[in-house]
Design a protein around this ligand. Structure first.
Ligand SMILES: Cc1cc2nc3c(=O)[nH]c(=O)nc-3n(C[C@H](O)[C@H](O)[C@H](O)COP(=O)(O)OP(=O)(O)OC[C@H]3O[C@@H](n4cnc5c(N)ncnc54)[C@H](O)[C@@H]3O)c2cc1C
Length: 386
């Protein structure tokens, strides 16, 4: 792994930086878990797409720039450094997009990818069901073939952005006699189809971007199937690998938080508990370690390697790092940690509490860390199944 940037990579960084300086909204957008904020973020995706920045490593014909994964990392570093808005279509661009690239027909790629890149169609992820969370193979929602349609029945839950999204991707049981991960099919479902009901779920912070989705004889054309019938588990595992392994959480996000934590510590060093100095230093070092590890992963992928079960290591690392950084910031704040962003004299302090509340979910979403530890034990350490 050579960490020296080429002239082309440096020029790319300058181009990203200049574009972001000119275009990042000066006033922060509202949360994309509110209807108004969702629309603002959709507009931001449109704006990114005008500069072809929404999916930089995608092929040019689908709205990307066809740059390398290393340039994608550079883009992400600049993106977070510029304080640009969160990505409302991350389920589409970072998870479904790469899956479509691998399993989609040419028609599907042409139909879905450009509208994903432009923010015209925002996607929700439909894996979890009331009795199929960690045990995802217990999925019970069905899709029955009826001529040139699938007829879908059942329920999905915990769909991030589901309350306002346009489409949902998920896996459904197409073979009624099947069990566990057999007999499932990956299907793309428009959320405005007849028979689909979306019910928002209020979060801890009161916002309602989450949703549960009910299917009552919802009809979806067979051409919305991604990959072969009854082979949906394999397609979904590829998506989950993108989610845990690389695309969902780039190191820039954590480097940025670590940098802010160090600045925050320095600003309060006179009064801060000296024991927290270690925690701050550890946070910064861990963010740097995650960055170097990601550079290593990217250089392996660029030479034809794959991620596999190591994605589980990454997922545990970034989620626990995020939580520790926010816990440290709250400890530094002392009693003022309880100020939310909405408090009149909170200033930027409220961002730490908001960040902490979200970081609490990190060890749960994208597959809980307990499950990732099982994966590591079985597949990487080859320990016997308990
Ligand atoms: C912020 C957030 C966003 C989410 N977004 C989405 C989304 O967009 N789409 C979607 O489909 N889902 C989403 N989810 C759901 C998420 O994937 C599930 O919550 C997660 O998979 C856990 O499933 P569960 O909630 O049913 O918990 P359960 O499976 O009931 O688990 C409960 C506890 O038991 C532990 N446990 C269960 N089985 C084992 C085992 N075999 N070994 C050890 N421990 C075990 C778990 O680790 C967990 O701590 C989201 C969740 C959160 C918090």
């Amino acid at each position: 792994m050579d960490l020296t940037y080429t002239a082309e990579e440096q020029a790319f960084r300058q181009e990203v930086r200049a574009w972001l300086e000119a275009h990042v909204p000066k006033t922060p957008l509202k949360s994309f878990d509110t209807r108004a904020g969702f629309q603002q973020h959709r507009e931001w995706e449109r704006s990114l797409n005008t500069g072809r920045w929404s999916a930089v490593n995608w092929p040019v014909e689908y709205g990307g720039r066809g740059v390398t994964l290393l340039q994608w990392l550079i883009f992400e570093e600049e993106y977070y450094r510029a304080g640009a808005p969160g990505r409302v279509n991350q389920n589409g661009i970072f998870l479904l997009g790469p899956t479509l690239m691998e399993f989609g027909t040419p028609e599907q790629k042409a139909r879905y990818l450009p509208r994903m890149a432009s923010g015209e169609e925002v996607w929700a992820q439909g894996w979890s069901e009331p009795n199929a969370g960690s045990d995802m193979a217990a999925i019970r929602a069905t899709a029955r073939k009826d001529g040139d349609h699938y007829v879908i029945n059942g329920q999905k839950t915990w769909c991030s952005r589901g309350a306002f999204a346009d489409w949902l991707f998920g896996i459904f049981r197409t073979d009624p006699n099947s069990e566990r991960h057999h007999g499932l099919t990956f299907i793309l479902v428009p959320l405005d189809a007849p028979g689909v009901t979306v019910r928002p779920i209020a979060q801890l912070d009161g916002e309602t971007g989450f949703a549960e989705v009910f299917f009552d004889d919802a009809r979806v054309p067979v051409e919305n199937r991604l990959g072969p019938e009854n082979q949906g588990w394999k397609v979904a595992m590829a998506t989950a690998g993108f989610e845990r392994g690389l695309m969902l959480r780039s190191p820039a996000r954590y480097q940025n938080t670590a940098r802010k934590l160090v600045e925050f510590y320095r600003a309060h060093a006179d009064t801060a508990d000296p024991c927290l100095r270690d925690a701050v230093a550890r946070a910064w070092l861990n963010a740097e370690s995650y960055t170097l590890n990601t550079y290593w992963t990217v250089s392996r992928l660029m030479s034809g390697g794959s991620i596999g079960a190591e994605a589980s290591l990454n997922k545990i690392f970034w989620s626990e790092l995020d939580l520790h950084m926010h816990e440290t910031a709250l400890a530094l704040l002392g009693p003022r940690a309880e100020l939310t962003r909405a408090a009149p004299d909170a200033g930027n302090i409220g961002d730490w509490l908001d960040g902490f509340l979200f970081a609490l979910a990190g060890p749960i979403y994208a597959g809980t860390n307990e499950i990732q530890r099982n994966v590591i034990a079985e597949r990487l350490l080859k320990l016997p199944k308990g």
